[in-house]
Design a protein around this ligand. Structure first.
Ligand code: MG
Ligand code: ZN
Length: 215
């Protein structure tokens, strides 16, 4: 099937660019996380709460969005360096888009870079951006069977953040079920349970991010 060939070539090209990004990040001693989730899980709100807690870690943010720069404006309001990639409907970021975005950031002043991917649990899993770790975010208003439906994403992620813990009492979401389902796909997955809104679990999460910095 020609379609499969084209897709493989695109991914090969992406992997080459991702390797270049990774080399650049290593040279500059920047720790990079690729944040992935479905729309509405609270990625940007999580960043809004985390960034002030990580102020000494000198953060930067690359925002991916389908159409707007609304998320980047929220980050810029915190005086954190941010670049917006508008994909014009494209459903994932790729390594080339990230490379181009990096020219707008002063990499010598950044130690921790967050890339907020387009809200989508499917194809972003296949695109290496050069990050150290992919982090998947799921919220308690989603189904706790998501790891079983989006296996590629949960296999690719190293960390799973369960957000909106404040809403847990009003949902059928079961923490033990989602963890069991996710561990079945990826036995090494590490979990954090947080509420970006109330601050629950955010100290532990920010401490973990600090532990990931280059010494
Ligand atoms: Mg967002
Ligand atoms: Zn896509």
């Amino acid at each position: 099937m020609p379609v499969i060939t084209v897709e493989r070539k695109i991914l090969e090209k992406n992997d080459q660019l991702a390797t270049q990004n990774r080399q650049l990040f290593a040279e500059k001693h920047i720790t990079v996380f690729n944040l992935l989730s479905s729309p509405g899980s609270g990625k940007t709100t999580l960043l809004e709460k985390l960034l002030p807690m990580l102020a000494e870690s000198r953060c930067g943010v690359v925002e991916g969005d389908l159409q707007t720069d609304r998320d980047a404006q929220r980050i810029a309001a915190l005086n954190v360096p941010v670049v917006q990639i508008v994909t014009n409907g494209g459903c994932h970021l790729d390594a080339g888009l990230v490379r181009d975005a990096l020219t707008n950031l002063d990499l010598d002043t950044i130690r921790l870079l967050f890339i907020e991917n387009v809200g989508n649990l499917v194809c972003p899993a296949g695109y290496d951006l050069g990050e150290q770790k992919k982090i998947v975010i799921i919220s308690t208003t989603e189904g706790d069977d998501k790891p079983l439906k989006y296996t590629t994403m949960f296999r690719a992620a190293r960390v799973c953040i369960i957000n909106k813990m404040d809403l847990l009492p009003w949902t059928d979401f079961n923490i033990e079920t989602v963890k069991r389902n996710a561990l079945q796909i990826n036995p090494d997955l590490q979990f954090f349970t947080v509420s970006a809104k109330t601050g629950t679990g955010m100290q532990e999460l920010s401490a973990w991010f600090k532990s990931q910095l280059y010494k």
